[in-house]
Write a protein that binds this ligand. Structure first.
Ligand code: NDP
Length: 450
């Protein structure tokens, strides 16, 4: 495994202080050992060295004026990581924690995720260290306009097509699109996750959450089980978590938890999804408000979380859906989940489980769907939105949902078959990484040293 150490220590020199990026690279490289050993061409062609270096990194100043008339400055990013398979595709994240290392980990993961969908999309990611919390609509609009005033020159419907992520939903996509149109004079599919009123696709809003649930069901069906009647632990209360819970109800499962950055709700009778939508999507408030309506639910504030862990994973549940953010599920949490009888984990978020937690799940041989496979429904449906924009068509909810289900099934089968082929049946981390890598690496070789 010396190439892993060499690669990581090389990155530590050339891209210092990017812990999440090294973590994502290490996880992928560990899985690739069997394919790299049996195919010397990948080493001859320096594929790993090329893959870990983004094709282009754009870092820019985002100046804007707040409601008090004060000037604010944020840092904007767009990392165009790999275009071997198509235009760069990946979301924009607005969160105070955003830095180059986080955007690079997300962009790196996105390369393999997008490859795994089988669709013609490359990998990229972007965002800003902007905190949308507590900002007025006017402030959000002015920030988005300033952000796009630099970004517009780097993106386009056949070159780089951003979407949403944490802190970037329908409202932000609207303001970003408006400014792009104003600056370029072009009305085109340069962003996905658009409103249904002006070029969006049905099911895009729901796709990541629905997809993670479909993926869990495919994993369980492969083991002779299903989600029907299962008690499910969900973290997060944003776009991914909300639509994961919606699909769980539709498939006869019971989501009993959700969380936000202030705390966790446990409701043994099942989460009141309309109320969560009302609190988080409409009022943009804290989940603490949930217990004002449901006195039988429990609210656990972050200050009462277990040491080295997250309260959600210490509740009783059969299946876990981490849908909030990176590294929100630790080794301690993984062990508690297993001892409470959890049989499956499907990751709606990107890299929510630490490396030790992932190893714990793999060693226990439970059904474990890593984010780059389980949450690929979002980007896949974004590509369906691009296809509809390009052909000036719009498909029905049922048509898009059918395609989403088929894509999730294909992703599961591809990762599962690849894990089998490489002698580690059931290890979907290995299967997803190798299958995604192979598609990108082979395309890179055919396109020459570029
Ligand atoms: P949202 O902004 O809609 O929701 C994020 C949720 O997670 C909120 O409930 C938020 O709490 C919580 N959260 C965010 N950061 C933290 C943190 N540091 N600590 C605790 N809680 C936190 O984002 P999405 O639902 O879109 O994204 C969730 C995850 O899914 C991310 O990992 C994202 O990369 C991934 N993903 C999203 C896709 C999409 O299509 N949107 C596609 C594929 C992956 P609060 O409300 O308090 O801010």
């Amino acid at each position: 495994m010396t190439y892993i150490h060499q690669t990581i220590s090389g990155l530590q020199q050339t891209s210092p202080a990017q812990a999440e990026f090294y973590q994502a690279v290490e996880e992928v490289l560990e899985s690739l050992a069997p394919i790299l050993e049996s195919n010397p061409i990948y080493q001859q062609q320096a594929i790993i060295q090329r893959l870990v270096e983004p094709e282009r990194q754009i870092i820019f100043r985002v100046p804007w004026v707040d409601d008090n008339g004060d000037i604010q400055i944020n840092k904007g990013y767009r990392i165009e990581f790999n275009s071997a398979l198509g235009p760069y595709k990946g979301g924009l994240r607005f969160h105070p924690s955003v830095n180059a290392g986080i955007i690079k980990f997300l962009g790196f993961e996105q390369i393999f995720k997008n490859a795994l969908t089988g669709l013609p999309i490359g990998g990229g990611k972007g965002g800003a260290n902007f905190n949308p919390k507590g900002k007025s609509d006017g402030e959000i609009m002015r920030f988005c306009q300033s952000f796009m005033t630099e970004l517009y020159r780097h993106i386009g419907p056949t070159t780089d097509v951003p979407a949403g992520d944490i802190g970037v939903g329908a409202r932000e996509i609207g303001y970003l699109f408006g400014q792009y149109k104003r600056l370029t004079g072009r009305y085109e599919g340069v962003l996905t996750g658009k409103s249904l009123l002006w070029g969006g696709s049905l099911v895009r809003k729901e796709a990541t959450g629905y997809g993670a649930v479909y993926f869990a069901n495919y994993m369980l069906q492969d083991r002779g089980q299903s989600l029907q009647g299962k008690r499910c632990l969900v973290s997060g209360a944003g776009n991914v978590a909300i639509y994961a819970m919606e699909k769980l109800y539709q498939l006869g499962a019971l989501p009993v938890s959700c969380s936000d950055s202030s705390g966790t709700i446990y409701h043994a009778q099942g989460i009141d999804l309309d109320l969560v939508k009302d609190i988080k999507e409409k009022s943009r408030a804290s989940l603490e408000r949930y217990i004002e309506t449901h006195a039988d639910a429990q609210y656990i504030p972050v200050s009462e979380y277990p040491e080295n862990g997250h309260a959600v994973w210490h509740l009783d549940g059969d299946v876990a859906f981490p849908c909030a953010t990176q590294n929100e599920l630790t080794e301690t949490d993984a062990k508690v989940l297993l001892s409470n009888g959890c049989i499956a984990v499907s990751e709606g978020a990107n890299m929510p489980s630490t490396q030790d937690a992932v190893n714990t799940f793999i060693d226990a041989k439970i059904a474990y769907g890593p984010g780059k496979a389980a949450n690929a429904g979002g980007v896949a449906t974004s590509q369906l939105e691009m296809a509809q924009n390009a052909s000036m068509q719009s498909w029905t909810f049922e048509e898009v949902d059918q395609k989403l289900q088929q894509i999730m099934k294909n992703i599961f089968n591809t990762a599962n078959d690849t894990a089998m082929e490489y002698g580690q049946p059931g290890n979907l981390v290995l299967g997803a990484n190798i299958a995604g890598f192979k598609r990108v690496a082979d395309a890179m070789i055919e396109q020459g040293v570029v």
